[in-house]
Design a protein around this ligand. Sequence first.
Ligand code: FAD
Length: 361
Amino acid sequence: MAGNMNHTIVIGAGQAGLAAAAQLRNRGVECEILEAADSPGNSWRSRWDSLRLFTPAQHCSLPGATFPAAPGAKPGKDQVADYLAAYAADMPMTTGVAVEGVRRGSGGFTLDTSAGTFEARSVVVATGATSVPFVPGIAERLDPAIHQLHSSNYRNAAALPPGGVLVVGAGTSGIEIAVELSRTRQVWLAGRVPFHVPDALLDHAGGLYWQFIHRVLTRSTPMGRKVAGGFTAHGGPLISVSMEDARKAGVRALPRLEEVDGSGRPMFDGQALQGADTVLWATGFKAQYGWIEGLPLDSRGWPVTTRGVVESVPGLYFVGMPFQYGLTSSLLGGVGRDAAHVAGHIAAAEMARDSALGLNH
Ligand SMILES: Cc1cc2nc3c(=O)[nH]c(=O)nc-3n(C[C@H](O)[C@H](O)[C@H](O)COP(=O)(O)OP(=O)(O)OC[C@H]3O[C@@H](n4cnc5c(N)ncnc54)[C@H](O)[C@@H]3O)c2cc1C
């Protein structure tokens, strides 16, 4: 609380915030985690019921704690939430506190929260890249009789009103949800289909593939920098699911949704689509960082950092951003590397400060 200056406050208790806290602890830096939800790992718990990881268990471990599942297993989303809750068990954390603003103050930062103000010398923002759903503006022109929801609010087929569903967005989430819905109703899937990583590649060279996306596709390599642009603009490649799976399940593929007719029906190739009583937006997430004072943003609204370090605001850090350092930065098995880098930076700054004040370590 105000008046009591923390070394470091970590905002968010998903995998990124927990990895950051673990790496800070390893370096002897005190921190406190503030989490808006009632429990750590809540974003996993609130995803749709049937969701399983597309990354195999051996590539899902956070620093110092092997994911408790056999290599090759694709754990369910609640197993991930349980793993994160166990990981967080002895961490200094206050849940049910939403950070509403971060301001620069004398010697650090003031955080305005739902539970009053907190102060810290350093702040690690780990609020996730999937906190704020993106729905395109065309949604407002649809007939109000059409039920609409974003993929982040989808739980299972039974929770939707009866009738056909148009899923907009053909990334991994869109395809998985379309295949699930197609078991009980008519489904259309609209959108540009991303590159699909061949299943054979993952089955026979999964370890090598992981090494490639983790070690080669980073901001330190020309290939990684090239991939980074497409990744942050269009999302990652399809892994484990493909458009072929959707077609086999009876899902009808459509191009991007760009038009609506006079009565608010979605149109494709000049024709209104009949029978879509629900539109499910699997259109990803957007950046929203206006609550952090002085934060430099790129053209898409994401924070400008060097491997998570905000150079122009000393003491401000990020972990878990899309392609923060590499393609795996926002994945369970990749976030630990970024957390270590940021924690190392904070520890060095603390050390320099203590030396300047004549404090011994
Ligand atoms: C459908 C889907 C499937 C995925 N599958 C995989 C997979 O198979 N393998 C894999 O490695 N990755 C997968 N990911 C990607 C990634 O691992 C997850 O998105 C993961 O949840 C990101 O972790 P995070 O800690 O960065 O963010 P989050 O898990 O979103 O955690 C952020 C936390 O911050 C809290 N928070 C947000 N704002 C505030 C605030 N202002 N104040 C306080 N607290 C706040 C939230 O409540 C939340 O608990 C998937 C993502 C999605 C969406």
